[in-house]
Design a protein around this ligand. Structure first.
Ligand SMILES: Nc1nc2c(ncn2[C@@H]2O[C@H](COP(=O)(O)OP(=O)(O)OP(=O)(O)O)[C@@H](O)[C@H]2O)c(=O)[nH]1
Ligand SMILES: [Mg+2]
Length: 532
């Protein structure tokens, strides 16, 4: 229904027999029905000429006593039904109110990029950019914090994703080693090449023994995308990416979590821990191959030549998403059930906005619904993101501090930290969000720490950081100050900012941050309802 200037126009009207329409809705519609659903002028001031009483009285002049008795009976019944519906609706509304919880929007740099290019018609410098800030990982932390049982039940569903993460890392290394071994062109510019003679026959043989993992990668891709046909690039968005010289490829699975739902159903409908049911679920064969090759995978990762090749190529696989090579025996064992920290480390690129409802399992929040919107980086999804602005209590913005020496995957001329700062400025200055409180996660503190400890100089990339110690604490404090001052400078009006230095894969530390976010939301709600 839509109100146009001076007219009430009904575009969709379907009141079929048995259809539940509340009295208030019928009140509103009755004049239009009487006017054959034609546009009618809406009285601007006086509406008394419209009979809005219920039930609508359509009494014939020649009505007999019997007809009157029937009509009055029908009207009484109609009123009873209508009152019932109203009561039901009110009860539903109250129930919903009881369980309705906060709404949170998770934003990281890439999502904000695209979102604002639509909402404000600003043409951002780069339309594709930085992902991996940790949005989905924070979402998992919320799930673990509020609904640990549900999280644990779902953990097994992540196993094929973790296996795919692992297999892709292995295939990446094998590609790298073989390319050296065969004297193929090294596409990593500016890095020292190793001569083919450095690769021992044993290492070459090890790589050949691991060849079946290519097929495992294909199988897991098909399995997760629900695709039966052997295509390298499935329409579902889960892509078998080409070999990249410096990075093990990510997995992209479309939003809506269909793969998870499908796998959860399979898991629930069978005893998935038995080998028979594993075959039925579909990843049984991949698991058996991985279990058989576990020792070889471990040997590959621990091989000194492999480590040397990675180091000389400036590739720190352990800092890349979806890294499981340091836990090969456990992850490749046939009875592997992922632990919460494995699930947090599992990497799937989010495509499209996802709405997640978490039903709190315990405490004062029990049965409360937390709605969290996790947005990803797909270009085609940008138009729908703006709708998530409505009604959110809090926006969590994630900026990975470890990105100071990295560039965007899709635009190598842009530093990741610069990109985060620009987007933070854009989101802070957005008028639509003037009334929304922001939680800032300066994330990946652990990776920042590892990088600085390995000798990478922060000031070489952030030249304004002069003569200060190359240590985690002062660097993190410096970044925090920069983000806070941008927020102060660009917010349309004063508002609170809740900044945190985080490591989203540390569930304990993140859990205490979530408790603080809970308190923030509570204070905000109380303030809005004038209780404080
Ligand atoms: N070491 C470390 N890894 C992290 C941290 N936060 C996230 N990660 C990892 O970084 C990877 C990317 O995180 P995601 O949560 O998938 O990133 P995202 O922002 O959702 O990325 P898109 O979905 O592509 O937009 C995952 O493998 C996480 O486990 C952190 O604080 N420390
Ligand atoms: Mg994500």
């Amino acid at each position: 229904m839509q109100r146009t200037t001076g007219y009430l126009r009904i575009y969709v009207l379907d009141i079929s027999a048995g259809c539940c329409v509340s009295r208030s809705a019928l009140h509103f519609l009755s004049p239009c029905i009487a006017a054959d659903a034609m546009p009618i002028p809406v009285a601007k001031k006086k509406t008394t000429n419209l009979d809005l009483s219920w039930p609508p009285v359509l009494v014939r002049d020649d009505e007999t006593d019997e007809e009157r008795r029937l009509r009055v009976g029908e009207e009484a019944e109609a009123k009873r039904v209508s009152d019932n519906i109203d009561r039901q609706l009110e009860a539903e509304r109250l129930e919903k109110r009881k369980t309705a919880g906060p709404k949170i929007l998770l934003l990281g740099t890439l999502a904000v990029h695209l979102l604002f290019s639509t909402a404000l018609t600003i043409q951002p410098p780069h339309l594709v950019g930085q992902a991996e800030s940790g949005k989905s990982t924070v979402l998992k932390n919320f799930q673990l914090h509020f609904a640990p049982k549900a999280f644990e039940l779902e953990a097994e569903v992540w196993r094929p994703v973790i296996h795919l993460n692992l297999v892709r890392s292995v295939n990446f290394i094998v590609n790298l080693v073989l390319s050296r071994s065969q004297g193929l062109r090294d596409s990593i510019q500016g890095h020292q090449r190793m001569s083919s003679s450095v690769i021992s026959t044993d290492l070459r043989k090890l790589c050949i023994r691991l060849a079946p993992l290519r097929q495992v990668e294909e199988n897991l891709i098909k399995f997760l995308s629900g695709d039966e046909s052997p295509r390298p690039d499935t329409p579902s968005g889960l892509k078998s990416q080409p070999y990249h010289p410096a990075k093990a490829p990510d997995i992209s699975i479309p939003a809506t979590n269909k793969w998870k739902q499908a796998l959860t159903r399979e898991r629930v409908s069978s005893d998935s821990r038995s080998t028979r049911s594993l075959d039925r679920v579909g990843d049984g064969q991949s698991r058996r191959i991985l279990a058989a090759l576990g020792d070889d995978i471990d040997a590959l990762w621990k091989d000194s030549t492999v480590q040397e090749i990675l180091k000389s190529s400036d590739i720190a696989l352990e800092e890349q998403p979806g890294f499981f090579l340091n836990q090969v025996p456990r992850v490749t064992s046939e009875d592997f059930i992922p632990r919460p920290d494995d699930v947090l480390k599992a990497r799937v690129t989010t495509i499209g906005p996802e709405e997640h409802t978490i039903v709190a399992e315990k405490g004062s929040e029990k049965a409360k619904h937390w709605t969290i919107y996790d947005v990803g980086g797909a270009r085609g999804q940008r138009a729908v993101w703006a709708q998530f602005f409505d009604d959110v209590n809090i926006i969590i913005f994630l900026a990975p501090m470890s990105g100071f020496n990295q560039v965007l995957a899709e635009d190598e001329s842009v530093n990741r930290l610069t990109d985060s700062l620009r987007l933070w400025q854009t989101i802070c200055s957005n008028k639509l969000l003037a009334g929304v409180e922001f939680v800032l996660f300066l994330n990946k503190l652990d990776i920042l720490d590892a990088k600085l400890k390995s000798g990478i100089q922060f000031s070489s990339f952030v030249t304004s950081y002069v003569d200060k110690p190359n240590e985690t604490k002062p660097v993190a404090k410096y970044l925090l100050d920069v983000f806070v001052s941008l927020h102060q400078q660009y917010s349309p009006r004063r508002r609170k900012l809740h900044p945190h230095l985080t490591c989203a894969v540390d569930t304990k530390a993140t859990s205490s941050v979530i408790v603080r976010i809970q308190e923030t939301i509570l204070v905000k709600i109380l303030a809005e309802t004038n209780i404080i």
